[in-house]
Design a binder for this molecule. Sequence first.
Ligand code: ADP
Length: 260
Amino acid sequence: IKNTNPFKKLNDEIFVYVAKKQKEIDELKRLEQFRREFLADVSHELKTPIFAAQGFIHTLIDGAVDDENVRDKFLAKAAKSLDGLDALVKDLVALSQLETGEVKMNFDRVDLRHVTQDIFEQLEKITHTKRISLQLKAAHIGPILVKADPQRIAQVMTNLIENAVKYGNEDGRVLVALEDDKKQVVVSVRDDGPGIPPEHLSRIFERFYRVEKSRSKDRGGTGLGLAIVKHILNAHKAKITVMSKLEKGTTFRFKLEKVD
Ligand code: ADP
């Protein structure tokens, strides 16, 4: 029997409209919640280096400046706190632009071998101090070309390799492998460091999440490195995975599209 209720169509339309509006309201609420949490996290993280630098400077003003040894030590500590603040602000700007989708990726041909070698050179000082050996294993001789945003992908590789060195053991080894998988290059960064406890693994890509707060901050970490990595790879339609075994080490892996 044909439905002859003249209001049925109107009713259905109203229902669809209300459901759509409700969805928009939910999305706005989610964004507002996100914004509020982000602001709270950021103010908390900014306060730490600011308070530290303030403390050292005020102690100097209050008289510590007269003792040469104390003066140099406190000045160095204040400078270190401000360097940390500088790194934090830079990472924050990068992350907030990525999160709001403000940045456009500039895709180009990128040689991952070259990118990796550049980063190895930049890390020479710290790897030398910790006696860590950096190794590159590539699928073939010559350039390893992928389609990517050159600067952003260099940032991803830097963050991952720097973490491997930072959290890795002294006398350890960091291996960057660039392997072939059909039309893609599989990139992996492996260390033989202390590993990440399984209960933390799913959270390390969240902003400001740190496994060991003090250790990470000691090593100059902002807690944003992996969140930035995840967002950049997202924009490359690449997913990052992590495998880790306590006392054995950690491996991060993702794939990028090959180009000729
Ligand atoms: P951070 O600036 O603190 O290094 P990240 O976002 O880069 O922040 O990393 C988040 C946390 O994940 C770190 O604080 C550290 O606890 C852990 N982590 C990252 N990479 C490694 C690694 N290769 N080995 C062990 N722990 C790691």
